[in-house]
Ligand binder design. Sequence first.
Ligand code: KG4
Ligand code: ZN
Length: 341
Amino acid sequence: VLGIESSCDETAAAVLEGDAKRMTLLANVVHGQLDIHAAFGGVVPELASRAHIRNIGPVVAAALRQAGVAAHDLDGIAVTAGPGLVGALLVGVAMARGMALALGCPLLGIHHMEGHLLSPFLERVDDFDFPFIALLVSGGHTLLLRATAFGDYQLLGQTRDDSVGEAFDKGARMLGLGYPGGPAIAALAEGGDIRAVPFPRVLLDRTRYDFSYSGLKSALRTLLEREPLAGLSSRRRQDIAAAFQEALITPLVVKAVAACRDTGIDRLVVAGGVGANARLRARLTQAADAANIRVRFPALGLCTDNGAMIACAGLWRLAKGEPGVSTLNARPRWSLATLSA
Ligand code: KG4
Ligand code: ZN
């Protein structure tokens, strides 16, 4: 199965071989656009669409070449249909539609977050099973879900304002760091003191699963008004980054573990770009161990956007007997919970 992803600022394609029980990733090509967007401190939608148009052909060709698979040998083409930037999504969808039509093979429109959700299962499908609790943390989403079966997801909680990835990115910008902000804050936070700044812990009520990150952003802005960046020692900047990162992560850890406890489900899956965060991985592993929860993260390289996770969702759908669709449109807004409806 060929998986194509173009919902934001990565043009990606991957070839995955196997069935719902065992998968081998034959090729995984990701072409990022950091050079294009970095100067703007965030993704510029129109520039992203144009870069996808330039890159999609070569990226798909490279994936097939690396996999040693001829296009005619594909059993299916899976593509991110949404949610995401509509102009960006359209490029991948048009490519996939064209290929499926020309090759006469099944076309599958995949929900981007379902791709993330399944990414921990790539190549390791055997020792983990439904149901599980999923914490999906990316640039666009902060979701806590109960995954009952493949394709059957119930929303437990989500952010009321900014996503956690966005909070990392905006915080990084305020701290004079580059884009994307997550890795930059994580690097600066290393060696910093998490207790140096008493950032608020937002919505820490353990019986509720919603998140909120806009207040933390304001708290950081207020702090930097009191202590302007230019006058800060490098030690103080490290401390602020560490305390800020901790404030972003703590609600994720507390609520993911609470959701497992409340539902009696002892398996937890964490995915999405922020799932690459070392501090989040360490704290969740520790909290899960203490509560006898098995936690599964994707391989580091598969946390951020890629075509492999889209191919994985496509492969599962084909294995379940889904025939594919005859036509497909981009869906910039699309709730994951409606997949089971
Ligand atoms: O899943 P993803 O690649 O794209 C979306 O679907 O949004 O996630 C991108 C987000 C960005 O906000 C980025 O800052 C964040 O993931 N991110 C991280 C780390 N690596 C990427 N956040 C915290 N720590 C990281 N190491
Ligand atoms: Zn993503």
